[in-house]
Design a binder for this molecule. Structure first.
Ligand code: TRP
Ligand code: SF4
Length: 529
């Protein structure tokens, strides 16, 4: 962002309404977030602002900070900029009507599709049935509604793929494979599952893991999963499983011993500094490096570490004594077949040294090594998954204050609401306004706490940053009063819904022409198709 000011000003603090819970990332629990900063500190979600500059024509939800966080989004952005393959996927539990909160995710999927990504939208019907107990006939109806809105908003089903979890055999086979790498104690610690948790609910979790990796089934590619932060446990678990499925692990090493991620930069710094201490700079010895590292000024070398990490690195180097310190790439056989291991060894070019469980290569860099490992894996029956990325959007505040919830109709605007109903809901929404008009003129409104302003920023103003900023500035400047402001928003909402309903009708034809079964009464059991 070139100019911070306006960007800051058009941001809101959605989800911070009173009564919001503490941060808890629970996919099936309450999902309000009282303090988004904690997500960065406690869960390691990264700030979206840090990658915003790298996004080619960012979506308005990105520009306005509604998409606030990410995990490892850069590989997706790199692919986007270089015209390489990438994918986007998200899923929806058909437990009720799709509403304007879901629209954020629809928009995110569609935007990535427009940027050239392979796009996937799925109906998490197994999850809705097993975790929420929704009967299949209701699921059928809601599924149709989600898909219609997604298509109406611009998803291209010719280019992308839409599916139901329960109706996707490849997905289920992948879920089975992934389940082989997960165990119950992880389910307990990640999701709080216990002896009472029904087994189908657990199956729906491995199914979601499979969803997240599904875009890579034919070809590994960077994949982004746009979701609310409540889904982060799923994302982390899927990233973990993606790596566990890999045949080889590629690391950088400097001698026969292993280094952990904290120690590695220290030893790399010691290698860089070899001229300073080695008797023969062409062949620095580990023992020499140990001496240097023991009291090197690491701040000057640009490496920040704790003393205990320094000590352990020094010790490893000391123990290796006269062994040369020499950078290399190390391939570990994680779960490669012997055949794949042999093939890898064969394919490594240049100098290499073979050990029992690993092989060191001296003439390649990490990226080449990763590509090679993935290629060999793919040729020998593996998947070669790339750890999936994610982006996180803020939860919308309910129109009545507090949390926007599918089960409280007045708190949200359903994408199926009649235009007039949408109009009325906006008109009776709570605001960030002052008690009297005079006070409002004097103090200005509190747009940052106003669900109506959120409607403008998240939806109504669309791509028009100027309008969003104008509403904000006029509000906080006391020039805008809530009555007129709501009238304007309500009218825009009515128009949005009118338009959306028309597009849903057109989408119905498209949906009917796709091969998606929305009729089955007992999923997978009664059906034969
Ligand atoms: N668990 C998600 C929800 O509660 C739905 C979902 C299923 C999903 N599979 C997914 C979301 C894959 C993102 C990616 O809404
Ligand atoms: Fe909200 Fe508009 Fe009132 Fe400002 S003027 S508090 S944005 S309703």
């Amino acid at each position: 962002m070139t100019d911070d000011e306006p960007a800051e000003r058009i941001r809101t603090d959605g989800g911070t309404a009173e009564g919001a819970d503490d941060v808890a990332l629970d996919p099936w629990g309450s999902s309000t977030v009282s303090d988004y900063r904690k997500l960065f500190e406690e869960f390691g979600i990264e700030e979206f602002d840090e990658v915003l500059d790298e996004v080619p024509n960012p979506h308005y939800l990105m520009r306005r900070g509604v998409i606030f966080g990410h995990r490892d989004y850069r590989p997706v952005l790199d692919a986007m900029r270089n015209g390489d393959d990438f994918a986007v996927l998200s899923g929806f539990m058909p437990t009720g009507d799709p509403h304007i909160g879901h629209k954020l995710v629809f928009d995110e999927i569609i935007w990535h599709q427009e940027q050239g990504g392979d796009a996937y939208g799925l109906i998490a019907d197994m999850e809705a049935h097993s975790a929420r107990g929704i009967p299949w006939d209701e699921i059928n109806e809601h599924s149709r509604d989600y898909l219609l809105s997604l298509i109406a908003l611009g998803f291209d089903p010719e280019e992308g793929e839409l599916y139901r979890q329960s109706d996707n055999d490849r997905l289920q086979r992948l879920a089975f494979e992934l389940g082989g790498k997960a165990n119950f104690s992880e389910f307990q610690s990640i999701y709080g599952f216990d002896g009472e948790t029904n087994v189908s609910h657990m199956q729906s979790v491995v199914t979601q893991m499979a969803d997240i990796l599904y875009p890579q089934l034919d070809d590994p590619k960077p994949t982004v999963i746009p979701v609310g932060p409540d889904q982060d446990p799923h994302v982390r678990f899927a990233r973990d499983l993606a790596i566990r499925m890999r045949f080889f692990k590629v690391t950088e090493a400097f001698a026969s011993f292993e280094l952990d991620d904290a120690e590695r930069p220290l030893v790399a710094a010691a290698h860089d500094a070899r001229e300073a201490y080695a008797e023969d700079a062409d062949m620095p010895r580990c023992g020499e490096a140990a001496e240097w590292l023991a009291d090197a000024d690491l701040d000057a070398a640009g490496v920040l570490v704790s003393e205990s990490v320094r000590e352990s690195a020094v010790e490893k180097l000391e123990n290796a004594g006269m062994e040369p310190l020499r950078p290399r790439i190390r391939f570990f056989a994680r779960q490669a077949t012997d055949e794949a291991f042999e093939a890898l060894i064969e394919d490594i070019e240049g100098e290499k040294r073979r050990y029992d469980q690993h092989i060191d290569a001296f003439d390649m860099d990490v990226d080449e090594a990763e590509d090679l490992a993935r290629e060999v894996e793919a040729h020998h029956g593996g998947y070669g998954f790339i750890a999936p990325s994610s982006i996180y959007h803020r939860f919308m505040t309910g129109l009545t204050g507090g949390k926007m919830s599918s089960s409280i109709p007045a708190s949200h605007i359903s994408l199926l609401d009649a235009p007039e109903e949408g109009y009325d809901k906006v008109k009776s929404a709570t605001t960030g306004g002052r008690d009297t008009a005079d006070e409002q003129r004097e103090l200005g409104g509190e747009a940052d706490k106003c669900p109506v302003y959120e409607l403008y920023a998240y939806l109504l103003t669309g791509d028009d940053d100027e309008l969003a900023k104008e509403v904000y500035d006029e509000c906080v400047g006391g020039e805008r009063l809530c009555g007129g402001c709501k009238e304007q928003a309500a009218t825009m909402m009515r128009e949005f819904l009118e338009d959306h309903h028309e597009k849903r009708e057109e989408a119905a034809e498209v949906l009917d022409s796709l091969d998606i079964d929305l009729e089955t009464e007992r999923r997978g059991v009664a059906a034969e198709h």
